[in-house]
Design a protein around this ligand. Sequence first.
Ligand SMILES: [Zn+2]
Length: 168
Amino acid sequence: MPPCVLLNADYSFLNLVDWKRAMRLMINDKVEVLSYSEKIIRNVEGLHIKIPSVMKLVKFIRTIYRNKVPFSKKHVLIRDGFTCAYCRIQTPELTVDHIIPKLQGGASTFENCVACCRLCNSKKGGRTPREAGMALNIKPRQPTISEFIRIRLMRLGIDDLLQDICFR
Ligand SMILES: [Zn+2]
């Protein structure tokens, strides 16, 4: 059984839930169903019930999903889609570059760190992009947990489904 997408009342992504939890939320009037899957189950009275594929909470809830993702090199690479911020090459062989180098006081933060291929990293050395004459092709910023889940959903193809239903 495919998981059901649960959205917050403002249509932001909340979670993936299994069909049993989806049914409980429906029965308790906690959600509005936005679309149904092809799957049908039979309940105890023998009635056929469609399984929802996307639901939205009736009441908005505050969640951890708005919280910040903790800084790590791995998280910088995920945020940047494993793409070099300078030459835009996509490779698993990436390092993390401090835009303002550590030796010049640059911090290890999401705002100051980007994914960088080895070639660009050695070309840049201990310099700022301006000093090295290199163009930074992204605006690095702090990601939220919600954004990270969205990146994961895009890989799974569920994001297309959400776009179709909610963000037309
Ligand atoms: Zn590069």
